[in-house]
Design a protein around this ligand. Sequence first.
Ligand code: ZN
Length: 285
Amino acid sequence: MNHLKRNLQFVVSIFAIVIFVFLIGRYSRPQASSDLKVYFLNVGQGDAEYIKTPSGQDILIDGGPDTSVLNELGKVMDFGDREINLVILSHPHADHLTGLLEVINRFKVDEVWETGVEYPSSTYDLWRQEIFARKIPDKIVKAGDSKDFGETKIKILYPLSPLQNSKIDNLNNASVVNRLDYKKFSVLFMGDLEKDFQTKILNENLFATVLKVAHHGSSNGLSENLLKVVRPALAIIEVGKDNTYGHPASSIINLLKKYAVRIYRTDQNGTIEIDSDGEGYWVKN
Ligand SMILES: [Zn+2]
């Protein structure tokens, strides 16, 4: 009987040690959040990209066409995190701006970057009013502006000069283009800047791991010259299922294939997450 009891004690002790070691391992493992995380949010036909830096800051580029950005952010942001350090509005078309109105309602936004371009739209007027009423610092950005978030850097490549109060015939070509760098990993966010205007930035450092293809993969969204200098490993197309524009264009898909770029699309892959430790990267979706 004693023998049996001793055996049982032994088994229980071993079991307790295993549980203890497991818990220590679980809670002492370096947090996976020390990676940079970039999410291309599935907001239908529109753009919204959320970045979590290794040092814990939140950055949002565009907010998509409706409130779906809130739901998507809810899935990927840390529980209880109600602050976004930087919001970038690429340009005030509704498929980039509308969701941001909800974002500034629900989150404490520390700073907004935009071009200040002129554009008659009630949503844009409301955006202006809300930013003013909430006293959110609102920076008019141009090429060369940048900000460091720990080791992550955001740098503006376009517009080349300030567009505040300027009227632009094609608002897509007033898009903010910016790059994100974290050690050896980088993402180029093109907004909706069209082919003809992409030539204006070819002298910049455009080489990037990931290219967020401009204008939802429209036929005017990617020039071969741009692709040749960016030389991305991955291309992301933010595009809605069965959209009425026929985005993405087959010519753009073929061009990316010609250069052996791996393509991810929000209409097929849903929200696309790319994590990087600054050396390698991992696509999760
Ligand atoms: Zn758009």
